[in-house]
Design a protein around this ligand. Sequence first.
Ligand SMILES: *Cc1c(COP(=O)(O)O)cnc(C)c1O
Length: 402
Amino acid sequence: MIDHAESESHPAGLDAMLAARVQELRSAGLFRESQNVVPLGDGWCGIDGAKVRNLASNDYLNLAHDPRLVAAARAALDDSGVGSGASALVSGRGPWQVRLEKKLAEFERMESAIIFPTGYAANLGTLTTLIAPGDTVFCDRINHASLVDGCKLCGARLRVFRHDALDVLERELKRSPSDSGRWIVTDSVFSMDGIVAPLTELCDLAERYGGFLIVDEAHGTGVFGAHGRGVAELTGTEDRITVRIGTLSKAVGCLGGFVSGSQALVDVLRNSARTQMFSTALPGAVCAAACQSLDLISAEPERREQLHRLADLLRRELAHFEVPVVDRTTGPIVAVVLGEPQVAVAVASRILQEGFLVAAIRPPTVPRGTSRLRISLTAALQETDIRALAVAVARAVAGQSM
Ligand SMILES: *Cc1c(COP(=O)(O)O)cnc(C)c1O
């Protein structure tokens, strides 16, 4: 017999504990509620009935609402339905999934490619498949949570390094056992700072110590490099990186993650990466839209060029107003570190009143004491938008320190 008195007391006790946790988050200024943001396309969104510029999206190339992507998805919906119905190995890998993997391999100029349900799943599945418990994995201090989780879950010896102190990384590499795998894992663009990782130096170190380098181009694909193949293309390191991971959810404007590389790499991931094997495949319509998007990324480099022009202009304008932008950054992510979470939230809400949605980023996403504004630009904007944005940001930041 089930003792009802006992089985009911636990949920009540848990609820009280959870309520206390929520209260703790609230008093630390760290409680988050997702806002109801209505996507309107072309860099606009609706909040509380107002139409504002969306600078809190990763749709860098303004492709998520492109009519050609929408048409491609709609046509595929008609023949492939909404859901894919199963994981890739069971029956979820149909013509659109196959076409997208082929297109990704071509786009990345690699032998083969494999898609995952999300970029998060691609990172987790790839790291846990390739890195063995006896290996040593070197993870950058500000890598994305999905890479950190992969580094922890793979069971290898974990060493945290800093991309701005590579002599320390080298010392650690030298000290690590040479008879097991050494893996260096990094974002190509650190997503909360807009800093580009030193891929050339990391390739040098990986080669010097017989290690492997895994690079996550989540914010690189479509944005950096003459053809949009990311920071790897920009730095000429494509052939030196062991594994390249990307997402279809950001500049590509769709959803999903991918890994490109040799046929052997893709075969192993398809047979062993748990986040791919035990999760339902991307819908055909999403794959069709992603195929169309990759074509546009190749055919319309002006989107990328416009994005970088706007980013350079914003940095110049903010420097003119003496707004403390994170140093040594380039590209569409512009971070302004403000310190305490309450300050970041207050400044972001003042900027919203001026018609610009920017993200207030707080712990645990960034280290304590470094809460910040994260402005992500999109190619949909014009120079006049950037000038108005810089004034709004400068005014809100200055108002804070007065
Ligand atoms: C967003 C992001 C991911 C996750 O990609 P999704 O497709 O959104 O799951 C992985 N790595 C980095 C660096 C990211 O910024």
